[in-house]
Design a binder for this molecule. Structure first.
Ligand SMILES: C[S@@+](CC[C@H](N)C(=O)[O-])C[C@H]1O[C@@H](n2cnc3c(N)ncnc32)[C@H](O)[C@@H]1O
Length: 180
């Protein structure tokens, strides 16, 4: 898989603030290149970008996109669309097919998604056919369709970097490097 972008639908700025932030952070941590937010919440987009700047990598958030235009454009450019919904085909039965595409848009809802999404998607996929969370659905999907381990991804250029430790917290702060 070369490129993965998440499209977040139905975000309600007050009610979904935490969960949409977690969708973005999870998408970034598990290897997506960016998130398109189909609602206007520039503060939330800035917060995620701020985390991305501190912790490295190239992640982006585009605020207030028109979801239908984005899906159409993505497909015109040869991309595929995977809509995550508990009603879809179970992920283990679709993961190897999805993992072969070069350019994937993963759509997740908040409240009920427009029915058109089911028709526009190349795959309607369930991460187990039980209700749970868009954050879990994004994480498990990104893990199951990956050709290399997403947990081993390097995030270059960040201000902060964790040094894994058996106990305690070890964090390198690059902003302090070189100071007397
Ligand atoms: C918490 S659910 C709410 C769904 C909404 N009540 C409906 O009927 O469509 C929000 C989003 O989480 C994702 N989601 C929840 N459970 C899922 C599952 N088992 N598989 C895939 N996605 C899931 C879907 O993207 C869904 O749009």
């Amino acid at each position: 898989m070369k490129r993965i972008v998440i499209l977040r639908l139905g975000h309600r700025p007050v009610r979904d603030k935490r969960i949409t932030t977690h969708v973005g952070l999870t998408a970034r941590a598990f290897g997506a290149e960016g998130m398109l937010l189909a609602s206007d919440d520039s503060k939330l987009a800035e917060n995620i970008m701020d985390v991305a700047k501190r912790w490295g990598g190239e992640f982006y958030v585009r605020n207030d996109v028109n979801w239908k235009a984005e899906i159409r454009k993505w497909k015109e450019e040869g991309g595929k669309v995977c809509h995550l919904s508990m009603y879809g085909v179970n992920l283990p039965d679709a993961a190897s097919d999805i993992g072969q595409c070069e350019k994937l848009l993963i759509v997740v809802g908040a409240e009920k998604v427009p029915f058109e999404i089911y028709e526009m998607a190349d795959w309607n996929v369930a991460v187990g056919n039980q209700p749970h969370s868009e954050v879990a659905a994004v994480a498990v999907t990104l893990d199951r369709i990956a050709s290399t381990d997403p947990l081993k991804k390097e995030f270059a250029g960040g201000e902060l970097k964790i040094i894994p430790a058996e106990r305690g917290k070890k964090v390198v702060d690059n902003r302090l490097e070189g100071r007397d």
